[in-house]
Design a protein around this ligand. Structure first.
Ligand code: MF3
Ligand code: CO
Length: 250
């Protein structure tokens, strides 16, 4: 698909429901992040929570044969970290909790990065800058915004603070599928790229590195890591584009 999918009022209600379940899921999973917890435990909690809502289902499980509800990417893992009973969270780790919820065939997608216990000050700052970059980008969303406006906002916030955007990984349109037109890069130029119509949804997701933005793939076939072992952070919102602003669905 190389065009934007727009949604009816009824579909927007389904998306709002999905988003609400997803936001609450991530909020609750974040409260369970502490030393000694395994990423498998977080995944099981998330799946059970989502399925407790009538008509809601995890969006990632089974997507391209992905086996879990959450992606749990620890430290130098950028995205698609596989939950495992062998992965125990340790004091000082950072873990990105990425999740999707589907309601009435429509997808929402969101991610937060949580610290395990207290983080060293430089790591706290790095995580906060990544989250701020997402909030700044969401703040300019409205009908007619250009993808390049969003990309450039993220790039300035992240690189301006001395970190890197992982250029190979991007945000995306979504709706009837999890990933669709357009790609939303985390670097780019203001005024460039497609202009976004109202009543569409986009997933904006800065994925950052404290060091190099070069990535590698793990032998598990899913996890993507920084090649130099630098910490990576990831925040994501699904945003509904409206005539006079953006509504954060999840
Ligand atoms: N949240 C991821 C993204 O934004 C999607 C996970 S894909 C899956 O691209 F295969 F892991 F489900
Ligand atoms: Co996404």
């Amino acid at each position: 698909m190389s065009h934007f999918q727009t949604f009816t009022a009824k579909e927007i209600e389904s998306l709002r429901r999905a988003g609400k379940v997803l936001r609450e899921c991530l909020r609750l999973v974040s409260t369970k992040v502490e030393p000694g917890v395994t990423t498998k435990q977080l995944d099981e909690f998330a799946e059970e929570f989502i399925r407790s809502f009538d008509g809601a289902a995890p969006a990632f499980k089974g997507y391209n044969n992905y086996p879990a509800t959450l992606c749990t990417s620890i430290n130098d893992e950028c995205v698609h970290g596989l939950p495992s009973p062998q992965r125990v969270l340790r004091q000082g780790d950072i873990v990105a909790l990425d999740c999707g919820v589907i309601v009435d065939g429509l997808y929402t997608d969101a991610c937060v990065t949580a610290g395990v216990g207290l983080l060293p000050e430089p790591v706290q700052t790095f995580v906060r800058v990544t989250e701020d970059a997402l909030e700044k980008a969401c703040a300019i969303v409205r009908e007619g915004v250009r993808i390049g406006d969003i990309s450039s906002m993220i790039q300035k916030a992240v690189e301006g603070a001395g970190y890197a955007c992982v250029r190979a990984l991007t945000g995306h349109g979504l709706g009837s599928t999890l990933h669709q037109f357009p790609d939303i890069p985390n670097v780019g130029k203001k005024g460039k790229g497609p202009s976004v119509p109202a009543y569409t949804i986009i997933a904006i997701e800065p994925i950052t590195s404290m060091g190099s933005d070069v990535i590698r793939e793990s032998e598990d076939g899913w996890t993507i890591l920084t090649s130099d072992g630098s910490l990576s952070a990831h925040f994501e919102h699904t945003v509904l584009v409206l005539p006079d602003g953006g509504e954060i669905l999840a």
